[in-house]
Design a protein around this ligand. Structure first.
Ligand code: ME8
Length: 519
């Protein structure tokens, strides 16, 4: 492995979740996708810093705590622990789990505030408007409507709004419209996918109003520097977590110099405006560099229906992983839904992917080829003869998967990377059936050895490349292919083919078929 000094840094984050409840599959989806991206870059030789965590301030947290009769901090402690536990349950390889109640985060949030103030972008005034506690956001009159139940809602998010008036500090967001549009123009990949980025751009083109960035009606937040009657609007504090994690306000710290600006913030579609409009404006005002990319994923729905507590269809990530196996769930989420689009999960779809893609196309191919090698080749990688055009084409296609996967992961197209990988596996299954090494065993042993060698070599490359998605299962496959932990499993090893004669352990099935539990 190269030393960390010579590795290119890569800083990736998830959104930080509100711990007013426990995590659900939507949170798990974001964590798993971001984890796959982080693992991919680590295996590709980058010095990765991956951060996730919880967003603990704001009125919503305070109100949830009031309902339960606990303090906001008690509620945050309990549920933040549940989010951290979800990370462990799902094999999420984060480097820091940040909490916005961490002491270093208060310092960072106050520091960015002061920088924005020094730049002349913060002023004190009065605010009145329709406030949604659920969204922690104000809406204009025409962004809301009164529905049949007599209650006023945000049209976009269907959450209840109430008329709120308070003294408030404002951020001069209106002054950033042109600079934001220039940013979007010069960096067409600043946010993705394009369709969601376009929504952001048209919103900004429609004109930006100054943003109310402090609250006086409750005190669960970061105090405004110099005016403790105010706490910061939770989104100012929350977005700043991305800076806290890498040492801000110490812009001379090693972590900050190495990892800022972030390479990717992975977030859901409901918070694209906060990340693609407010966040770059705050950073411009604070004279800090902007993140390179905002990757906006879609929402995951249960059988196509929005998850909600009242419908009782919220799935706990841990129970889901226990039912199908964690790696199957991780694979399903990244293979099934193009990242960026909305997706749906249901039992049959998960079982379908498990049984066809994993158990059949991958597991069965590995099991059949490796058992033949165990029986007929002295339990060692066979010595191939000369390669036929079919052999070479397959080996070349497998070798190309590294570049194909890199290009796909660079735009968080996990689905595309896996699709290309399974295309090669499909071709290898067809090749295996066509070459029929079990027949060659009696007619042409050298050719049998070559076919088995080519098959194992494809499996080795595939196993290395799917480690980010299914770390333990891919690891087990590499073990039965005689590839020890460490350098042999890095992407840099892809170009070094299997060495004939390498001893192989007894093959073990890795991707079992899903069996419906007995009634
Ligand atoms: O928005 N499918 O927190 P959060 C997919 N604290 N993703 C989903 C989802 C679903 N059904 N439901 C939620 C917040 N998410 C803020 C973020 S960042 C500085 C502050 C995603 O707990 C959602 O889009 O409501 C967001 O990216 C993340 O889960 C946390 O959502």
């Amino acid at each position: 492995m190269t030393s960390s000094d010579s590795q290119t840094p890569f800083y990736i984050t998830t959104a930080i979740s509100y711990p007013n409840g426990v995590p659900h599959i939507g949170h798990a989806y974001e964590a798993i996708a971001t984890d796959a991206m982080a693992r991919f870059k680590r295996l590709d030789g980058y010095d990765v810093f991956f951060m996730t965590g919880t967003d603990e301030h704001g009125l919503k947290m305070q109100q949830s705590a009031d309902k339960e009769g606990v303090t906001a901090k008690e509620l945050a402690d309990r549920n933040s622990a549940a989010f951290a536990q979800m990370g462990r349950d799902l094999d999420i390889s984060y480097d820091r789990f940040i909490r916005t109640t961490d002491a270093d985060h208060y310092a960072a949030a106050q520091a960015i505030w002061k920088r924005m103030e020094e730049n002349g972008d913060i002023y004190l005034s009065k605010y009145s408007g329709w406030y949604s506690v659920r969204d922690e956001a104000y809406y204009t009159e025409d962004e809301t409507e009164v529905r049949e139940d007599g209650v006023r809602y945000s049209k976009e998010t269907d959450t209840e709004v109430t008329w709120t008036e308070e003294e408030s500090y404002f951020f001069r967001l209106s002054a950033y419209q042109d600079r934001l549009l220039a940013l979007y123009e010069s960096q067409p990949d600043f946010a993705a996918p394009r369709s969601r980025f376009n929504e952001v751009i048209s919103f900004v083109k429609g004109g930006l109003e100054d943003l109310s960035i402090s609250r006086t009606t409750f005190d669960w937040g970061v105090p405004v520097p110099g005016n403790p009657d105010h706490v910061m609007y939770v989104w100012v504090d929350a977005l700043t977590n991305y800076l806290t994690g890498v040492g801000f306000p110490d812009t001379e710290s090693e972590a900050f110099k190495k990892y800022w600006p972030a390479d990717v913030h992975v977030i859901g579609k409901d918070i694209s405006r906060f990340h693609a409009i407010f966040w770059p404006a705050f950073l411009m005002s604070a004279k800090l560099e902007l993140p390179k990319r905002i990757m906006i994923h879609g929402f995951l729905h249960n059988k196509g229906v929005k998850m909600s507590k009242s419908l009782g269809n919220v799935v706990a990530p841990k129970a889901w992983a226990e039912q199908y196996g964690l790696d199957s769930v991780r694979f399903f989420l990244l293979r099934e839904v193009p990242f960026g689009a909305d997706g749906s999960y249901n039992h049959d779809a998960v079982v379908g992917r498990m049984n066809s893609d994993l158990a059949n196309n991958l597991g069965n191919l590995a099991q059949r080829s490796l058992s033949m090698v165990a029986k007929n080749c002295g339990a060692a990688v066979p010595q191939p003869g000369a390669f036929t055009p079919e052999d070479s084409a397959l080996l070349e296609a497998a070798g190309n998967l590294l570049q194909v996967s890199r290009e796909a992961y660079d735009v968080q197209d996990f689905h595309g990377a896996l699709e290309a990988t399974w295309k090669v596996l499909g071709d290898t299954n067809a090749y295996f059936a066509d070459q029929a090494p079990w027949v060659l065993r009696k007619t042409d042993v050298e050719r049998m050895n070559t076919v088995l060698y080519v098959t194992l070599e494809v499996l080795r490359i595939v196993a290395i490349l799917i480690q980010p998605v299914m770390p333990p299962s891919a690891g087990k496959l590499l073990t039965v292919l005689g590839q020890p932990d460490g350098d042999a499993r890095l992407f840099s090893a892809i170009g070094t083919p299997l060495v004939p004669g390498t001893e192989l352990p007894a093959p073990a099935p890795i991707f079992p078929k899903y069996e419906e539990p007995a009634e």
